[in-house]
Ligand binder design. Sequence first.
Ligand code: ZN
Ligand code: ZN
Ligand code: FE
Length: 782
Amino acid sequence: MKTFIIIITGVVQGVGFRPFIYNLAKELNLSGTISNTTEGVLITANFKSLKSLRNFLKRIKKEKPGPSVIENTGYREIPFKHFNDFMIEPSKETSEKFQLVSPDLATCNLCIKDIFNRQNKRRYHYPFTNCTNCGPRFTIIKALPYDRSNTTMSAFHMCYDCNKEYQNPQNRRFHAQPNACSKCGPKLILVNSMGIKIDENNPVKTASDKLAEGNIVGIKSLGGFQIACDAGNDDIVRLLRKRKGRPSKPFALMFKSIEDIKKYYKVTKLEEKALQSVAAPIVLLKKRKKIKNNLNKIAESISFNNKFEGIMLPYTPLHHILFDYFKNPLVMTSGNLTEEPITSDNEEAVNKLGSVCDYFLLHDRPVYSRYDDSLVKIFNRKIMILRRARGFAPYPVRLKEDAGLKTILSLGAQEKSTFCILKNQYGILSQHLGDMDNLESTGFFKETLKIYRNLFNINKPDIIAIDKHPGYFTSKYGKKISQNEKVLLLPVQHHKAHAASVIAENRLYGKKIAAFSWDGTGYGDDKKIWGSEVFYINENLEFKRVGHLIEKILPGGEASINNPYRMALTYIYYLCKKKEESFIFENYVYENFKHFGFVSKEELKIITFQINKGFNSIYTTSMGRFFDAISSMLNIKHRATYEGEAAISLEMIIKNNSDDSYKINDLFLSGNKNDKYIIDDIALFAIMAEDFFAGTTPELIALKFHNTLANIILEISKRMRYFYGTEIIALSGGVFQNHFLLEKTFKLLKKNDFQVFTNFQVPVNDGGISLGQAVIALKKKI
Ligand code: ZN
Ligand code: ZN
Ligand code: FE
């Protein structure tokens, strides 16, 4: 007999790992101990031979519990020790104080059985049922190691029966830290919009009745509040829009079952798998054109003309019980006021959301970390994460590069913020923290950063990376931390960070890459607003900006972003000027584009002035603004009530999928050398305007536009392959949320023997910026 110690790291705590090892050891007749440590789990055990040890490890890897993730396994022999039995020992502190934390996990099937089993007195319809395979994790953890005393469950004392389960290694609830039952655990209560108690005996049933009567109900869920209403009731959905100040951004829906979902949406195998995964995210699904007559319709105002809707399945016992009463799909949107972070506190919810919700389902288990629902879609047969929160964060992105002894903290951008901690080979991204445009959001950002630094034991980072934009909250905050803690500060250009995020998650470091960072806005190295970057990136992650659109004035600066028509008018101004010097701009607009009648002569004058004098304006090469301009020029969308609305509307009117495109030969500025690729978007705009005048439908023009952009990417890629020898193409930035464009571009590039990569594990939008910043900071020779 030989004694070995084995250290396993990864997500191995709070996921049923110790009871699994215990039972496996018993089965194999091993003697020894297992305990949680501050870095993972530690097993000390006796083996007959190295072979039997390897066999043990093989079986661990093969049979480990579903939600666990093994990152590293190490073992070494120590002097022989005698053990009588195999035992689970209390948690130990080890020198390394860094370990991964499990995200929250959707209710498992065994727990669902428990809550619908009338015989089960303690758990029938008990909304906080969980076990080692499911339930809250990250949202309730205050500190590590993951023990009950370090969670928000510490205030609840387990009853005799719960404790018995908790102590029994054979039980599914052995050391399930949030373990609870109706006798001892958190309780639900239904209150009205003033916070006055309505029902505490069967609050879920009453809430369901209220929903059926056409009320809006706030529900305290895992990571904060959700707002629910009947998704089949168009009037009530519109009322919710009005109350929430959210005129048109699509709402997510929750369905009782996968069978129900399939009646309304086309669901592929992979989409089904994503919906039913332990992360249980919102999945973007394509609406069916026709649904069966006997089905209740989904309200038009859920997503208007969008071809996709965001759908999820129940992921807590509370949701499951609610759908036991309420049979129709429910709107399930984040419990916040527009642009503010998700609300998690009972009193705060009633105060803030009392004007939105008629009732609230409250409970007394505090949420320590706030957590929105994650949003994903399936692209190229993989899960593509568009908003990364519940079920994913704080699980890291595994990198090729190792930070060694360094720790890097990067703070992301301004919108769809996340921060990232780079340690060892892990890029630990925070959950989605929202737009940093108000005190609530910035407070949430600071609070979450504190939680992560505490959980992952980050005392002093070696570098803090920020966006180059001097006006971003995250840039200013990073600067402040760097001064207070005397840490090196590194500003990173926005679009370089986008490209680097693709390189990081696809482990492409060390290769020559052509990257397209097409985006809404971002502060350029020349202090202008970029957003159509083409980069050549060498083996050392050094960037050369080799292409972009023509520079134009963004009249009125970034304030124009919500008014796509101002961008359209700018393009029209430039194309007029190109045509004839002596034109009268106002007349040209009103004569040719009748739909701009809503723009006053005065405003046109101001725009002209801004373009001519650059007053209150900045130069831009943004691709997002180009989409805006076309959407408005085609009379599709003139104003945006949420980010990307005009561009999304442009994509959504595309009807058929042919390869019809505009000729691209003349769209590169003459004088372009082999190493420079300036795209003449004003010429392309002019061609589309001509097409519009000629009576071509906006549907067809939109199709041709998207195809033209894909062809432009292909053409530049080919030229770069010839000139720089780049075979790998990286696509990133908010523009590539455009499903049609991304799909077309992938197809074209692959057909031409390029290797194409984009973001899957982190958002392709600004939610992935922090990962790119961190990797650039790591590679900077300082
Ligand atoms: Zn369970
Ligand atoms: Zn109990
Ligand atoms: Fe961006």
